[in-house]
Design a protein around this ligand. Structure first.
Ligand code: APR
Length: 240
């Protein structure tokens, strides 16, 4: 038995996911052994300064990550969260740090992509949005058809403000159960969500391949692959 928790009808369930939930879909994480940050300097490819300095390098990095999306698919961990959402109805919110679109592809509905998404981009000048599938990927730096400005990936970079923080704060303030999956807890504000919910008296569950610096803070921590743990955990905590 993984968990003795049973979700009640009046529970508000919130999920926070990180790169680890997509690792079993063969998408590289950032800080593991073969993580992306072992090959690329964050400053060069994940900051506004890096984009200003070398937009071509930044586009090359994100185009490669976008193209990989056509070769991957959601894994059992993503689908387990879809099932959980169906059982929780409207009292459910999935906040993800991931930009790989796999939660939506799996069928999750109430998703907040707080760090943006690889599937679209926008003009740095006039903020017009474009689907990545409609832009000329051959151009070293895609341009806006309205103002000829430089397009940029719709990714929240370091030193930028994540999306929908007001909504996230509202969700967390009502959260009675928080499940945090596959994140190293190194990046703020997402790394604070666990503490915020715990301070508010919420029940917190961590799922990670490894013990992390905050494993002991959770009410429950399950070490292992999220694609293996989540289906069993969610089956148990949703039992009547
Ligand atoms: N199942 C569960 N957890 C896993 C698995 C797996 N199969 N594989 C790896 N993990 C865990 C690792 O142990 C690690 O704790 O996933 C975590 C991945 O951590 P990071 O690579 O730091 O990714 P993440 O926490 O999502 O990074 C947060 O940092 O670079 C920024 O914007 C980027 O959204 C990203 C943010």
């Amino acid at each position: 038995m993984l968990s003795n928790l049973r979700i009640k009808n009046d529970d508000n369930v919130t999920i926070l996911t990180g790169a680890g939930i997509s690792a079993e879909s063969r998408i590289r994480t950032f800080r593991d052994g073969n993580g992306l940050w072992n090959e690329h300097r964050v400053e060069d490819v994940a900051t506004p300064e890096g984009f200003r300095k070398n937009p071509e390098l930044v586009w090359k990095f994100y185009k490669a990550r976008y193209k990989q999306l056509s070769e991957v698919e959601p894994n059992p961990g993503h689908y387990a969260l879809v099932e959980l959402e169906k059982k929780c109805n409207d009292d459910f919110c999935l906040i993800t740090q991931n930009v790989d679109n796999l939660h939506k592809l799996a069928g999750s509905k109430n998703v907040i992509e707080m760090h943006g998404t690889l599937v679209n981009c926008y003009c740095s000048n006039c903020r017009s949005y474009y689907s990545m599938s409609e832009i000329d990927m051959e151009l070293p730096i895609p341009l806006c058809e309205h103002c000829n400005g430089r397009l940029r990936p719709n990714i929240v970079w370091f030193n930028e403000i994540p999306y929908e923080l007001d909504k996230i704060h509202d969700v967390l303030s009502k959260t009675s159960i928080l499940i945090v999956v596959g994140t190293s807890g190194q990046v703020y504000p997402a790394a604070q969500f666990l503490y915020y919910v715990k301070r508010n008296g919420g029940y917190t569950i961590g799922v990670n391949l490894e013990f992390t610096h905050d494993s002991s803070v959770y009410n429950e921590f399950h070490k292992g692959k999220s694609g293996v743990i989540l289906p069993e955990l969610i089956n148990q905590i949703t039992q009547i």
